[in-house]
Ligand binder design. Structure first.
Ligand SMILES: *Cc1c(COP(=O)(O)O)cnc(C)c1O
Length: 243
């Protein structure tokens, strides 16, 4: 197992470097690094790799499909871990979220919210909700269009779903775009959060889930409170999972 141990040492060292870069980026824009939660995105990586990151002190993990995540969550069986569902969730998979995940980053329909609420209530669970926004209206991406967001939130509030506290917004920036474009996307999400927070008087609507391995520094500069980092911690994925 020499090779495996070396791999896991490398993962722990990657985690350390990512945390260091988060702290440096926060300091550079006079933010506190405590205000930025690192979510280690473990999709496509085995339970042993996750255990190595847990041993290095990491508490928040992200997964993007239920079939990949559920066996790992039950095998690790660690109640101190916060699991974040970050991928697109089909309504027929809503039943797997309560009891396994404490955060959902990708709410994008009323139907999904209703199904999640029913399942959460059955299990007396609470799921912190982030609404996914398709800031650049990319047809290949999921999420609510920016102009449809106020109406969507208004409808969610009318449904009165107390097991699903609305905590903020999530987005995925354009892939390999110029830095200016990426920053503009993140800045738009921040303004949308500020507007919705004010308009609806939502005092816990504070989170901005934005930034991945390739752009988390830019996201922090634009106010990200949650960065979702996979490859920079775990290395290349062993098998691919779609978004
Ligand atoms: C896979 C994934 C990430 C992590 O991507 P990396 O580039 O490996 O850091 C972040 N967010 C979402 C929604 C993902 O699906």
């Amino acid at each position: 197992m020499q090779f495996m141990n070396q791999t896991f040492d490398a993962i722990a060292s990657n985690l350390f470097h990512v945390k260091q870069s988060i702290a440096d980026a926060a300091r550079a824009c006079t933010r506190s690094s405590d205000a930025i939660r690192l979510i280690a995105v473990s999709k496509g990586h085995p339970r042993e790799a996750i255990a190595a990151v847990i041993a290095a002190g990491q508490k928040d993990f992200g997964e993007s499909t239920t079939q990949d995540a559920l066996p790992k969550i039950s095998q690790l069986a660690d109640p101190s871990i916060d699991w974040h569902f970050i991928g697109h969730l089909q309504t027929n998979k809503a039943k797997f979220i309560p009891g396994n995940f404490s955060w959902l980053h990708s709410l994008d329909s009323l139907d999904l919210a209703r199904k999640l609420f029913r399942r959460a209530r059955e299990k007396s669970a609470t799921i912190n909700i982030l609404i996914e926004v398709n800031v650049t209206s990319d047809p290949k991406k999921h999420g609510i269009a920016p102009e449809a967001l106020p109406d969507f939130i208004e409808k969610l509030l009318k449904e009165n779903l107390p097991a699903l506290p609305l905590r903020g917004l999530m987005t995925i920036a354009p892939h390999e775009a110029p830095e200016k474009e990426i920053r503009a996307c993140f800045a738009s999400l921040r303004r949308l959060r500020d507007d919705c927070q004010q308009r609806f008087g939502l005092k816990n609507f504070t989170e901005l889930s934005m930034g991945m391995s390739g752009d988390y520094i830019e996201a922090i500069k634009e106010g990200s409170t949650m960065v979702r980092v996979g490859t920079a911690i775990f290395g290349e994925r062993h098998y691919s999972t779609k978004y």
